[in-house]
Design a protein around this ligand. Structure first.
Ligand code: 0GY
Length: 296
């Protein structure tokens, strides 16, 4: 029997996602997804804020194949803390078809960083969403960023749009490429050209080291599936303004969704509504993630 019981009300990933109608270009990368456990092999961290369902690597790879994708960038989820073993195991089993974004603490050794690099890690993630992770002093994060920069790694940041004004200067000081999860989580009820999303667009415009994932309509939308039409203008604006600095991912197995579990095939069918030409689609799904994660 499993030692871990998922949280009450936890929504398990879609059991039978549909085959998408949109055919991703050959070599497409799902650049934001996770693995959870299985908890008996890779225990969830004591400091975690949620206990998920198990979502093992083989289920992720089956989804990758069903969706017509070739590669994954697996992002360390907060439920595993800074224990990256499940991530490393998934990358090993992917045999070159997955890269990783790890979580590390300030006391991580140079040897551990080299081992993560050899396993396929190319970034660290800093999480500013307080329901997910405890706060870490900015000086500590900056130290970590300075240590990983010589490896050619970058920093992935996750925050809510309302927090951006007080984080803006810190983010601007980061010395590496910085990838923003889920467009900085805009409140899509607010205007596209209003001050909130405007500040994020300014961050992207004034700092050419910033990239954005145009992921997670299912998390941001108020109107919901299948078209998530209230999120489309935000993602489309990013794709068209910064075509060489955007990434897309499923976010499988979709942690902490409260209202609906998306059909991942339908999420792939959302892509042509935000990247409306084959050229934009190719940059979003192939050129950009390959440049960032598979340059070596
Ligand atoms: C996401 C979003 C969430 C969770 C995490 O690491 C995590 O636990 O990132 C969330 O709850 O919004 O990107 O998976």
């Amino acid at each position: 029997m499993s030692t871990f019981t998922m949280d009450e009300g936890w929504l398990v990933y879609h059991p039978h996602p549909s085959k998408p109608s949109f055919r991703a270009p050959p070599g497409a990368v799902d650049a934001h997804c996770h693995v959870f456990g299985p908890g008996d092999l890779f225990p969830y961290a004591p400091e975690r804020k949620y206990t998920p369902c198990d979502a093992p690597a083989e289920a992720l790879f089956a989804l990758r194949d069903l969706l017509g994708f070739e590669r994954n960038v697996i992002v360390q989820a907060t439920c595993h803390g800074a224990d990256n073993r499940a991530l490393v195991d998934a990358m090993r089993r992917a045999a070159g078809r997955a890269r990783g974004v790890a979580t590390v603490r300030a006391d991580v050794s140079d040897q551990a960083l080299r081992e993560l690099d050899a396993a396929g890690v190319r970034a660290v993630r800093f999480n500013f969403v307080r329901r997910l992770a405890d706060s870490v002093p900015r000086e500590t994060l900056l130290d970590i960023a300075r240590r990983i920069a010589p490896l050619g790694w970058h920093v992935v940041i996750y925050f809510e749009a309302a927090e951006l004004p007080q984080l803006y200067d810190f983010f601007s000081s980061l010395p590496t490429i910085v990838v923003v999860d889920h467009m900085g989580r805009p409140d899509v009820r607010k205007p596209l050209d209003g001050p909130e999303f405007g500040l994020f667009l300014r961050l992207m415009r004034e700092h050419s080291n910033f990239w954005s994932k145009v992921s997670c309509p299912e998390r941001l939308s108020c109107v919901g599936p299948p078209r998530y039409e209230d999120v489309v203008p935000f993602a489309r604006r990013l794709v068209e303004s910064f075509p060489d600095r955007v990434l897309w991912g499923t976010d499988w197995p979709h942690p902490n969704l409260k209202t609906h579990m998306p059909d991942d095939g339908k999420l792939v069918d959302y892509i042509p509504s935000i990247a409306v030409t084959p050229e934009l689609q190719h940059r979003l799904l192939v050129d950009n993630p390959m440049r960032l994660y598979w340059s070596r």
